[in-house]
Ligand binder design. Structure first.
Ligand SMILES: NC(=O)c1ccc[n+]([C@@H]2O[C@H](COP(=O)([O-])OP(=O)(O)OC[C@H]3O[C@@H](n4cnc5c(N)ncnc54)[C@H](O)[C@@H]3O)[C@@H](O)[C@H]2O)c1
Length: 265
């Protein structure tokens, strides 16, 4: 899809990959609704990209409705929705149900709630594009990060299901699955005082290059021209994924070895 002139909503666009996507979209002539938790940061990004800001929790239906209303009121019907906002969740198995619920809400249910609001209109118009920022953790599992790995697998699963179910009716779907990206989520885990989170972030940082968010945005927008489902800013993820599919037990043993080595490093 050519994004020029299209109307886009990007969640989690106050920083990192979302801010870079908003800038990239605006650079290619799209109209952008910039959505994030914090009004000041969101407004700054919106001003920089000539877009409109909506502040609030992207997993809440009323905030999603506000984003859609802002898009329609300022630019017209929504063509593209980037479900990008995300949280790393608790490290390890995730000791509290509240933390699991928070990870499920923002990493998965926010996507489902947005799609519920948008897909009927897209089917009616015969066109729409849903882009999920999942993670390589949604294909391969992230060492030490239980809620993150599980919710990112669910995000990949939901994107797949959307594409299978509505792809013949004009709904395009892409799913971005990066490894390390130089953003707050990555830094907070690497430099925080939680050793389990640090272990996970260390593995990510050494498994491949840590990309800049602008690189991820550029790769994403290029892949969207061809309407590619799986967007892999780190191409080696495809090889890891193939190895997983070819011999699951061998892959699991390799992941356990990687975890041991990182813990002893
Ligand atoms: N950085 C990485 O290494 C990496 C790798 C793979 C996938 N991702 C995914 O990329 C996406 C963007 O993260 P990032 O790396 O740019 O980090 P980031 O911390 O810079 O951006 C995440 C943004 O999401 C916002 N956010 C969090 N909860 C929200 C909510 N409930 N409602 C609205 N906004 C909310 C935050 O305020 C923040 O601005 C996330 O889904 C993340 O899981 C990141």
């Amino acid at each position: 899809m050519n994004v020029s002139g299209k109307v886009a909503i990007v969640t989690g666009a106050g920083s990192g990959i979302g801010a870079a996507l908003a800038a990239g979209l605006a650079g290619q002539g799209a109209h952008v609704v910039v959505a994030d938790l914090d009004l000041e940061r969101t407004s700054e990004v919106a001003a920089a990209v000539g877009g409109v800001a909506v502040a609030g929790d992207a997993s809440r239906v009323e905030i999603l409705e506000e984003m859609i209303a802002a898009a329609e009121g300022n630019f017209g019907p929504v063509d593209l929705f980037f479900a990008n906002a995300g949280v790393s969740g608790e490290a390890g198995i995730g000791d509290s149900d509240e933390q699991w619920q928070r990870a499920l809400d923002i990493n998965v249910l926010a996507h489902i709630r947005a799609a519920r609001l948008l897909v009927p209109g897209w089917i009616e118009r015969g066109s729409g594009y849903f882009v999920s920022t999942a993670s390589a953790a949604g294909l391969l599992t992230q060492i030490a990060a239980g809620p993150y790995s599980v919710t990112k697998h669910a995000a990949v699963g939901f994107s797949e299901w959307l594409s299978v179910t509505y792809g013949d009716r004009g709904v395009r779907v892409s799913c971005i699955c990066p490894m390390g990206v130089n953003t707050a989520i990555h830094h907070d885990a690497l430099n925080g005082d939680d050793e389990v989170s640090q272990l996970g972030a260390k593995v990510v940082a050494t498994a491949g290059s840590v990309l800049e968010p602008e690189e991820v945005a550029a790769i994403t927008l290029a892949a969207m021209q061809d309407e590619k489902f799986l967007i892999l800013p780190h191409p080696e993820v495809l090889e890891y994924y193939r190895r997983k599919g070819a011999d699951y037990d061998r892959w699991l043993a390799g992941m356990r070895r990687l975890q041991r080595e990182a813990a002893n490093a």
